[in-house]
Design a protein around this ligand. Structure first.
Ligand code: PSU
Ligand code: MN
Length: 323
């Protein structure tokens, strides 16, 4: 029986590929010391919200992470270089680029970098780059999933397979009902992904609303317990990722019927405009914002702020546990 020194319980070390990343000194030092760092994605900035709300929200999310005692690291690719942590200027640059930035999932990373393009990272690619940099906790709004009609279109987000093979904990508000939530949970099960609702009930949340009608396979009462689950996954050397689903706070939850109607209309519009593939999620988000006259955007901002709070607490709890 081999006993590992305690220091090896640190979740991960940076991989060699991270030597080429642009990492702020503060983030680098925190990672080296096993301190609390929270990775944040950038497709939500470029393709998920309009300018200037996208930049304002990104800044607010970063400051909420800091309020919990953790360090935010927004991840993006600018002119072919991976940035772990954006500053005021680079965040503004990405926010203004908006959908002109490449929506870069796993398959897009290599061409975006080699061709020196600017790419906003999805959940899948943010996980890859966070893992490479040595960051185990990642906060976002919602993950991608199995699209409605996937039995015909085969449209299943690469986020789900990434969760099956990259050991990063993703804090989100569940998945939107633009997707087929039941099938999304099935694929997560097949991929061996731990899915836990954070809070008093087991209900898996549906992004704008706290209850999708389906149960998560697990539940944790709070961020501290979530951190112990991450550590157990690491101690078993399981390579899969994890989803910690945080329901939107009740006071911010959108009117269920109004949002459902908007989603149904948006999905029909996508079909009639022939929107497919990677364009579908951004199209639906924009259309839902229009149809709800901005109400969905308000809910979106509220839930990501709440996720940032819980994710920041998880990173802090984890850094105490693993040292
Ligand atoms: N779902 C949301 N908001 C988002 C996204 C998904 O509610 O901004 C973004 C995330 O970056 C996610 C990506 O990783 O869309 C999934 O896109 P696709 O379905 O094309 O894999
Ligand atoms: Mn897709």
């Amino acid at each position: 029986m081999v006993f590992y020194p305690l220091i090896q319980r640190r979740l991960f070390h940076a991989l060699p590929s991270a030597s080429k990343f642009i990492i702020s000194p503060q983030i680098k030092q925190a990672i080296q010391n096993g301190g609390p760092v929270v990775a944040l994605e950038s497709t939500i900035i470029s393709h998920g919200m309009p300018y200037p709300q996208n930049v304002e929200t990104a800044r607010m999310v970063e400051s909420i992470v800091r309020d919990q005692g953790a360090i935010p690291a927004t991840i993006a690719i600018l002119n072919g270089q991976v940035h772990i942590g954006l500053n005021n200027d680079t965040l503004e640059e990405l926010g203004k680029l908006g959908p002109k930035a490449v929506k870069a999932s796993r398959r897009d990373l290599a061409p975006v970098m080699a061709l020196k393009k600017s790419g906003a990272t999805t959940v899948a690619s943010t996980m890859i780059l966070a893992r490479a940099a040595g960051i185990p906790v990642f906060v976002t709004g919602g993950i991608g999933g199995v699209h409605r009609g996937a039995d015909q279109s085969f449209d299943i987000s690469a986020d789900l397979t990434e969760l099956g093979k990259t050991p990063v904990a993703v804090v989100c508000a569940g998945v939107k009902s633009i997707l087929d939530i039941e099938k999304t949970l099935e694929v997560l099960e097949t991929q061996g992904v731990t899915v836990a609702t954070v809070g008093p009930t087991k209900r898996f949340p549906a992004f704008y609303t706290p209850d999708s009608g389906f149960d998560s396979p697990s539940r944790v009462p709070d961020a501290q317990t979530a951190a112990s689950v991450i550590l157990a996954n690491h101690d078993l050397d399981l390579k899969n990722g994890m989803v910690f689903a945080v329901p939107i706070p009740e006071e911010h939850a959108a009117n269920i019927q109004a949002i459902q109607d908007a989603i149904d209309t948006a999905v029909q519009d996508a079909r009639s405009h022939g929107i497919r593939g990677k364009e579908e999620t951004p199209f639906l988000l924009k259309r839902i914002t229009e149809l709800t006259k901005g109400k969905s955007l308000e809910a979106n901002i509220a839930l990501i702020k709440n996720n940032a709070k819980i994710g920041g607490q998880m990173a802090v709890a984890l850094s105490k546990l693993k040292l």
